[in-house]
Design a protein around this ligand. Structure first.
Ligand code: SAH
Length: 388
């Protein structure tokens, strides 16, 4: 093989053997021959090959393993990985035109995200190596899907860790702006260029569908963004109130409501903590409450304050639910485990003097695959609870 090599230590090899694709800077013995973003052959001190990886000259995650195979990781190999990811989506994505086509590590394509919104594709290339492969990824998508547009939403802070600029724009095709897609029979308009993430929160699709089976009566959707839960559950409920702090998100929510012609939905621009507290104090009661806050624990060091945040939200929600009501409560913090979340809610239930039944324990939609040996791929928890 003619590719440059990077030599790793025994601990680096242990990482590979344990099934994790990341090798940290401390476990690199020699990377002097590698250029930033190169595909390198990973070798040990005896020059034995352990596979191929993307090399980063800047990140603490210095190597991201691509394959243990000796076959060069070339354009065909990359196209095969994308095709395999697409074939899996064909099996697991139901009733949706928007989904995550490639979920980086989860699809053995570390640091590459491709979200599909009907015939438009949005990329994120989050390492030096994937940034270099970006033109090839665009070509492969064009050949396989003949898309209307391929955009990049690389306006994310993690790119800074790689020494890459934050940028967004059109890589191929039209400057689409807004796209209307259907999910679980509801129409959603997403703004691919300026919406949050790549436009929408695709990881909650299956949870929105699951929640619909229980939703009823008066619904309060906290942290509603563009109305994902609110509008999916609206047909089952008498009235819906979606609460969100971003005026921009609520403009989308309003559009989405009009697209579907639902008359029983209202929006409120406010801090959800304040709204829940006021509802509690004023005796305002609901039959269904959704809590889908942003990640409170982005680092392990903020776990304690994050848990306090989750406790307060869940406590208030439990207090304002009528008997027999449902709480759909989520955490997208990787550092908060399902066990942590259950413990916090149990403590909230005791404080609220309510008995709570665990109806469903859920996670992210299957187009965001969880790898058994890569804990970071399992980040979303969604519990469906019934208050007795
Ligand atoms: N439930 C949504 C996704 C929610 S993402 C869906 O299914 O699509 C979390 C949202 O919470 C973001 O839109 C963010 O703007 C909003 N947010 C963050 N902090 C908030 C707060 N304190 N009060 C209200 N909204 C908040």
């Amino acid at each position: 093989m003619t590719s440059p090599t990077v030599t790793i230590t025994a601990r680096g090899i242990e990482r590979i053997v344990s099934g994790h694709p990341w090798i940290y800077r401390a476990d690199i013995a020699d990377a002097s021959g590698a250029e930033p973003g190169a595909i390198v052959e990973v070798v040990d001190r005896k020059r034995r090959s352990w596979g191929q990886a993307l090399y980063s000259s800047r990140s603490q995650i210095t190597l991201r393993m691509l394959t243990r195979e000796r076959r060069p990781f070339d354009r065909d190999f990359l196209a095969e990985r994308i095709a395999a990811a697409a074939a899996f989506r064909a099996q697991v994505v139901e009733g949706a035109q928007a989904y995550r086509l490639v979920a980086s590590e989860g699809d053995l394509l570390p640091s590459l995200v491709i979200d599909r919104y009907a015939d438009c594709f949005v990329l994120q290339t989050l390492s030096q190596g994937m940034e270099r492969l970006k033109p090839t990824v665009v070509e492969i998508l064009q050949e396989k899907f003949t898309p209307r547009a391929i955009l990049e939403r690389n306006d994310v802070a993690v790119r800074g860790l790689e020494g890459l600029p934050e940028q967004k724009g059109v890589l191929a095709g039209e400057d689409v702006g807004e796209v209307v897609v259907e999910e679980n029979g509801v129409k959603f308009c997403f703004d691919l260029m300026s919406g949050q993430k790549t436009g929408g929160f695709l990881d909650q699709r299956e949870n929105r569908a699951a929640a619909r089976k229980y939703a009823r009566g008066r619904l309060l959707d906290c942290f509603c963004y563009a109305g994902g839960f609110a509008l999916t559950l609206a047909t089952q409920c008498e009235s819906v109130l979606g609460v969100e702090s971003s005026a921009e998100a609520l403009r989308l929510a309003q559009r989405n409501q009009e697209l579907n012609g639902f008359a029983n939905v209202q929006w409120k621009e406010a801090n959800c903590f304040d709204v829940l507290k006021a509802a509690d104090q004023q005796g305002d009661r609901y039959d269904t409450v959704v809590l889908d806050p942003p990640a409170f624990a982005r680092q392990k060091s903020t776990l304690d304050s994050a848990l306090r945040g989750y406790k307060e939200l869940n406590l208030r929600a439990l207090k304002i639910l009528n008997p027999g009501g449902y709480l759909i409560t989520c955490s997208c913090s990787f550092h908060v485990s399902e066990a942590d979340l259950l413990e916090v809610i149990a403590s909230a239930a005791l404080d609220a003097h309510r008995m709570v039944m665990v109806v469903e324990r859920r996670t992210q939609s299957r187009d965001h695959p969880i790898l058994l040996t890569v804990p970071e791929t399992h980040y979303l928890k969604c519990l469906i609870l019934r208050v007795l």
